[in-house]
Design a protein around this ligand. Structure first.
Ligand code: NDP
Length: 288
């Protein structure tokens, strides 16, 4: 039944008019990735198709094998399959190995290569689009799930002065801090025991916004004049952003991260780096 659904959504490569890419997730209909890649393709003149592929939980490997077997060239992977994608691949980039998860797959000859472009996307958005100086910065990273894990190595590579990982379940924060200790000044804290820090950057890498839940942070997590960033985007992020603005902070959702990680994917697949600024501007205009 599930494979029948996949067949409906797939194309025989012999009949394929264009190179084929997908974003795999569950749910996935809401994904902005097809619209983003369509704009990158139009901008660069690349002939390609990029669609959503809804995969039932537990069936990632079957669907991915079939997609690549039928000539698919690449996939982005979103919740809840990033670890499945990592396990599925024949080879993995160092940054995917560090994260233990992949949001990017690419067929190279008969092998599938996995990468994780989330961290590069976040750093590009923070440093490039939002003008944040990460070198020497003090960063409060809230959350210790897949997204936090994926962005830690690229963040630490920017040489911040201090990264505090705060999580509801402190054991997960400690595990992450330990795992990344060799890469930079990283420490763990419970949400209700965040140390004083006058943080230059407050990064919300929890899924509280997408679940419509309040993120309980102490007042000193919010530093007036600094940037608060929610990796969630669109209406879901607004509650957190309003809270941060109410404390005098600049605030941004994760739409730029999404566009920048897509650009990293596009570059790897097509060998051309798209201009993200007009795509991000268009997305922001259509969201307002
Ligand atoms: P995970 O499910 O892997 O992790 C969820 C994290 O959120 C855990 O640390 C969990 O804490 C914490 N959490 C959940 N609810 C609450 C709450 N009410 N209060 C405090 N902490 C909470 O999710 P991901 O890491 O994959 O995703 C996190 C966010 O990042 C999502 O909003 C996702 O949409 C976004 N994202 C955005 C991307 C982009 O391109 N913009 C790319 C990737 C992710 P605990 O361990 O205690 O349960």
């Amino acid at each position: 039944m599930a494979l029948a659904r996949f067949r409906d959504a797939s194309l025989n490569p012999l009949r394929l008019p264009m190179d084929r890419y997908v974003v795999i997730g569950n749910p996935v209909a809401h994904s902005l990735s097809p619209a983003i890649h369509a704009r990158f393709a139009a901008q660069t003149g690349e002939k390609m198709r990029y669609e959503t592929l809804l995969v039932p939980r537990g069936e990632f490997a079957d669907f991915a094998r079939r997609f690549f077997g039928e000539g698919g060239l690449g996939a982005n992977v979103t919740l809840p399959f990033k670890e499945d994608a990592f396990g599925f691949a024949d080879a993995r980039s160092e940054r995917a190995q560090i994260a233990g998860a992949a949001n990017f797959l690419m067929r190279k000859d008969a092998r599938v290569f996995a990468d994780n472009t989330d961290g590069a996307g976040l750093v590009a958005d923070l440093a490039g689009n939002l003008g944040v100086r990460l070198r020497g910065a003090t960063i409060l990273l809230v959350g210790a799930g897949g997204a936090a894990r994926g962005v830690l190595a690229p963040l630490l590579a920017q040489q911040p002065a201090r990264v505090v990982i705060a999580n509801r379940g402190v054991a997960r924060a400690r595990e992450l801090a330990q795992r990344f200790a060799a890469r930079g000044p990283v420490e763990a804290a419970a949400l209700d025991a965040i140390p004083a820090g006058d943080f230059d950057l407050l990064l919300n890498a929890t899924s509280s916004s997408v679940h419509g839940e309040r993120l309980a942070l102490p007042a000193h997590a919010f530093a007036s004049g600094k940037l608060a960033y929610d990796m969630a985007y669109g209406p879901a992020a607004q509650g957190f952003l309003e809270l941060a603005r109410g404390r005098g902070m600049r605030a941004s959702d994760g739409l730029g991260m999404l566009v920048e990680q897509a650009a990293e994917s596009f570059l790897a697949w097509r060998g051309r780096r798209p201009d993200t600024a007009p795509v991000l501007a268009e997305l922001r205009a259509s969201a307002s």
